[in-house]
Design a protein around this ligand. Structure first.
Ligand code: FPP
Ligand code: MG
Ligand code: MG
Length: 382
């Protein structure tokens, strides 16, 4: 398996499942309240990259071939996994969580492959992962006062903060119900923990550095605080989703752990590249505001590396780039430094660790796909 192999197309390997992803997610998001229905489904309209579900599906296939856990006793697929979560129960007295109160209409039938090594529960996990991610984007765009997402006006701009926040909460609820229906307590606990981790990461980011000082100095803690924050905010979801995919497939402990380590390192690299692109790519290409981090008062990896060699940045970090000309000055110092190059090098290190983690997996197309996804993470421009 190699990175220059153009015949490796990760999307093609799970194309059947990916084809139904957005439709299935929109079905999970149905609400009897028309405007809630609109806001909740808003970010499913623009074509997202769907990186997380793609990786969950590839991980499901790649681990299907690995040894099973001794505790695994065949497919434990809940019969009600594809039952709709009653979308019209708001004004009715029927049990809102009872699938029988709203039978699946044949025209809306979801896709449950039987000829694939991906289990229905793993396909649903991919959808849950995207739901949690999308909920976090709805909330994130409110917190960041963002005006665009996926090349369109952000939900907060289009519908206002109140509806955007509530829609995010609604997505988390539907993700939770779908998760409960997997009937797997360990997987439920993993994904519930992810939601807490997202909030913890966002809180760490609000505080920016470990020590609250007006004129902070660079220490080794500066970088480890940033990396801990980055794990919680960005790598927890993909790492724990990868772990959950392996668990649902009944993989043995070593495989479950390898899936987690792959996801963790990929997630860290993904965010490092994201922080780099914020400095190097235009809003037009990103589909969301560029150069936003400094405006938001955030010192990400490129700036932290620049700061290590230039104490002048400490004062700017201390006042969150709020002084006159701070943003422009910080940007200039970052671009003059080797901060972007060091960020790229660190991302590459994590990518190599991700690839190494899954080396013991049996050779397969899906494994090559996971390697390709890792390499693509380094090369991506949006
Ligand atoms: C995007 O980061 C944001 C996240 C990856 C996580 C946001 C998490 C929360 C708002 C916590 C509460 C939400 C939930 C659903 C539990 P970014 O702002 O750096 O990226 P961007 O450039 O894409 O906006
Ligand atoms: Mg943001
Ligand atoms: Mg943010």
């Amino acid at each position: 398996s190699g990175g220059d192999n153009v015949s490796v197309d990760p999307l093609r390997m799970v194309a059947k499942e990916m084809k139904f992803l957005t439709g299935n997610i929109r079905q999970l998001l149905g609400s009897g309240h028309p405007s809630l229905d609109t806001v909740a489904k808003y970010y499913t309209q623009a074509e997202g990259k769907h990186v997380r579900p793609l990786i969950v599906l590839l991980m499901s296939r790649a681990t299907a071939l690995a040894p099973k856990s001794p505790r695994y006793n065949g497919q434990k697929v809940a019969a009600d996994i594809d039952s709709p979560i009653s979308p019209t129960s708001i004004l009715s007295d029927s049990n809102p969580s009872s699938p029988s109160s709203n039978p699946l209409s044949p025209t809306e039938s979801t896709y449950s492959p039987t000829d694939s090594d991906i289990l229905p529960s793993q396909r649903r996990l991919a959808e849950i992962t995207e739901l949690i991610h999308t909920a976090s984007l709805l909330h994130d765009d409110v917190i960041d006062h963002s005006v665009s997402r996926r090349g369109s006006p952000s939900a907060n701009l289009e519908f206002g903060n109140k509806m955007a926040v509530l829609a995010g909460d609604f997505l988390l609820s539907r993700a939770s119900v779908a998760l409960a229906r997997l009937r797997d307590a360990e997987v439920t606990e993993l994904l519930a923990t992810v939601i807490a981790n997202l909030v913890e990461g966002e809180f760490m980011q609000l505080k920016n550095t470990a020590k609250d000082e007006k004129n902070p100095v660079w220490t080794e803690d500066t970088l480890s605080y940033y990396l801990q924050k980055t794990y919680l905010k960005s790598a927890s979801l993909i790492s724990k989703s990868c772990r959950a995919a392996a668990l649902l497939g009944g993989a043995e402990t070593g495989t479950v752990e390898a899936a987690y380590v792959y996801g963790k390192n990929l997630g860290l690299a993904f965010q490092l590249v994201d922080d780099m692109l914020d400095y190097t790519i235009s809003e037009a290409e990103l589909g969301k505001p560029a150069g936003a981090d400094l405006e938001l008062g955030l010192a990400t990896a490129p700036l932290l590396f620049a700061w290590k060699n230039n104490q002048e940045l400490g004062a700017l970090v201390g006042r969150k780039f709020a002084g006159d000309g701070d943003v422009a000055r910080a940007r200039e110092l970052v671009l003059q430094s080797d901060g972007l190059e060091q960020t790229r090098a660190l991302a590459e290190e994590y990518i190599n660790r991700a690839i190494t983690a899954i080396e013991p997996f049996p050779e397969s197309e899906a494994k090559d796909g996971l390697v390709e996804m890792a390499i693509k993470t380094l090369k991506r421009r949006k």
